[in-house]
Every structure is written in structure tokens, then in C-alpha cells.
Design a protein around this ligand. Structure first.
Ligand code: ZN
Length: 137
């Protein structure tokens, strides 16, 4: 089994990254690293770093975004936890052989030059789980 190497980031669904900045920067002391639009997922992503962990604030750019639907259903808050893996396609195949259901059976492009895949929530014990492979620079 290919173990996850680290928590890559924690995803938090928000209505507005701008409205949240003060809390993460001033109250928690996180370092704002900028934003990036992930067209594929219809979200704007804002990154904040605390120590070795990155927080990924997800702001929907379209009402059909899965993040918009998440906020509508459950409100703003913790959305997913992402784990670093070395070889994503191999890891997906391995999980599927173990009977784990995937939302993404093939990797897709994530923010920060990564490729990512989500496990199906039914297979990840109630916490939306993302696997994340850094692709270098
Ligand atoms: Zn993520």
C-alpha cells in the first residue's frame, strides 16, 4: 500500500475569500499566498499557510459549482482534507482494487500545479477526501 505522505491542505468552503481574510490573517496568523481560479471546478481558491499546512479557501464562481451546492446545503465550513501522494494514478487503481469508490477515477488538474482526485464521500467515512500529487514547477 502506498501511504499518504502528509496532509497537503485543508479545504474550507466560503462565500467570499475577501471577507474571510481578516480572520485567517489577523486572528489566526496565517500567511496569505494568493488566489487562483480553477475553471474546471468553478471555484476561486485562496491559499493561506500555517506552518507546514496550507488552508485552501474555496469560493464558488458559479451557482452550479459543487462548492456552491455544498454551502447551500451545509453552510460555510470545513469542506475536505487533502493528502499528498506520490503516484496518483497508481494510488487510485490501488484504492479501487480495495473497493473504495472514487468521484474521480482519473486525475484532474488542481490548483498550485497539482493533479487531484476525490474519493466518494460514501467511501471516506463522512469527510470528503482528496488525494493530491504535486507535479513540480
Ligand atoms: Zn483541495
Amino acid at each position: 500500500m502506498q501511504a499518504a505522505k502528509a496532509v497537503n491542505h485543508i479545504g474550507i468552503a466560503v462565500n467570499s475569500i475577501d471577507e474571510q481574510r481578516e480572520f485567517y490573517e489577523q486572528t489566526l496568523g496565517a500567511v496569505f499566498e494568493g488566489t487562483e481560479v480553477v475553471t474546471d471546478q468553478k471555484v476561486k481558491v485562496g491559499f493561506f499557510r500555517i506552518g507546514d499546512v496550507r488552508l485552501e479557501l474555496l469560493e464558488p464562481t458559479d451557482p452550479t459549482s459543487t462548492v456552491a451546492q455544498f454551502i447551500e446545503k451545509r453552510g460555510q465550513g470545513l469542506h475536505h482534507v487533502a493528502y499528498t501522494v506520490a503516484d496518483l494514478p497508481a494510488r487510485i487503481a490501488e484504492l479501487q482494487r480495495e473497493g473504495i469508490r472514487m468521484i474521480d477515477a482519473t486525475p484532474r488538474t488542481g490548483a498550485h500545479n497539482t493533479r487531484i482526485a476525490f474519493l466518494h464521500p460514501k467511501s471516506s467515512r463522512g469527510v470528503l477526501t482528496e488525494l493530491c500529487e504535486p507535479m513540480g514547477h
